[in-house]
Design a protein around this ligand. Structure first.
Ligand SMILES: [Zn+2]
Ligand SMILES: [Zn+2]
Length: 377
């Protein structure tokens, strides 16, 4: 057995021959095993950085990992700092039965001292190490917040209406549609989705957004809600560093000229032919107030038949029901003059009602269909 004894290549002390399994991969490049004392003299159980820095965006709270900014959704960066530190800590490959812990100590708003503990079994010996790594939270600006601050945008959604200006509920809901779409994209992890600016103008609303795809999607959703169409155009803004042309898109939403609840007078008939509008999506649809019949504009007229607005269901008043004349007609009191008038009998009126809803337009009294109302009133 004495012949197989070796000597430590560092200090020359005799060394017991090692079994294969204690010679870890990390030491495989050494020609001969060193003695235990020499081995542990330069053994590091843990490879830890002296300090780490965690860049955080002061605008949105995103954390920079490598070259990418990541939304972590954290108000408190202690957990983020622990994760970042844990990523950089390395326990020696020869260690077995490893355990470790990190105990954060908040020093000030931007500094966390990480008290770390690690233990593991190496060559049959329990090794332990305690050490501290300061983590510095550094405040910066992520690329997204930088673009927003620089008022950068790729597309504008312009909410307009034909032959009128958008009303306040259309303006508000268009903005909500845009914000909801951006929120969905953010939830899906898209860091390139943002609104740069919302501008209220006399003729409508301008919403500046980060990408053309988002501009198109928001415009389509507004049309899906209110009807109308989208006209798009592009403008050359500049040439980028490589000489490529950079365009900005404008998606102009043209809301229909008439809204649900409008009472319009169709042109082209000899008598007045008022229609209360039910829907302006696709072809305009409504109810003829004179006859109670359905009306739908033909495809050529679409959502804009030749007509003028003569009132709105918001102006409807209750007219006292005097008598049922027959199955087609009832008598009501004119809400303005209190004269008795004979009008069309609306479906569902049995005679025990005290009043029915009517609209007075151009001195005529029209009973309103029961289901007619503005969508948001
Ligand atoms: Zn030695
Ligand atoms: Zn940011």
């Amino acid at each position: 057995m004495s012949e197989s004894r070796g000597f430590c290549p560092r200090c020359g002390d005799p060394v017991e021959p090692l079994t294969g399994e204690t010679t870890g991969a990390g030491r495989a490049n050494e020609r001969a095993p060193v003695c235990e004392e020499c081995f542990f003299a330069e053994f590091d159980l843990v490879d830890a950085p002296d300090r780490i820095e965690v860049p955080v965006c002061s605008g949105c709270g995103a954390v920079k990992r490598g070259k990418r900014w990541v939304d972590v959704g954290a108000g408190d960066y202690t957990d983020v700092a622990i994760d970042e530190l844990a990523e950089t800590l390395a326990i020696h490959v020869d260690a077995e039965e490893v355990s470790w812990g990190i105990d954060p100590e908040q020093v000030d708003e931007n500094t966390i001292r990480m008290h770390c503990f690690a233990s593991g079994e190496v060559r049959g010996q329990l090794r332990e190490r305690e050490f501290t790594v300061p983590v510095l939270i550094s405040r910066g600006t992520c690329d997204r917040c930088g673009r927003i601050a620089g008022e950068d945008y790729a597309a504008t959604v312009q909410v307009r209406a034909r032959e009128r200006t958008p009303e306040s509920d259309e303006r508000e809901e268009s903005i909500e549609i845009a914000q909801a779409y951006i929120a969905d994209r953010e939830d899906a992890g898209d860091r390139n989705a943002f609104i740069t600016e919302i501008g209220e103008r006399e003729e409508g609303v301008d919403i500046k957004v980060s990408t053309t795809q988002i501009g198109q999607a928001i415009a389509d959703r507004i049309v899906g809600r209110f009807g109308g169409r989208v006209d798009h155009s592009r403008t050359l803004v500049t040439e980028d560093g490589d000489g490529d042309e950079v365009y900005r898109m404008a998606y102009a939403v043209r809301l229909p000229p008439f809204r649900p609840g409008d009472v319009i007078d169709l042109e082209g008939s000899e008598e007045r032919d008022p229609v209360v509008v039910r829907s302006a999506r696709g072809n305009l649809k409504g109810t003829r107030l004179r006859t109670g019949e359905d009306y739908e504009a033909d495809a050529e007229d679409g959502d804009a038949p030749d007509a003028t607005v003569i009132g709105s269901v918001e102006e409807a008043t209750a007219a006292t029901l005097v008598a049922i004349e027959d199955e087609h007609a009832v008598q009501v009191l004119d809400p303005e003059t209190y004269e008795t008038r004979t009008v069309r009998r609306p479906t569902g009126v049995e005679g025990d009602e005290e009043s029915i809803d009517v609209l007075k337009a151009d001195r005529a009294v029209y009973p309103l269909p029961a289901e007619t109302s503005r969508p948001n009133s």
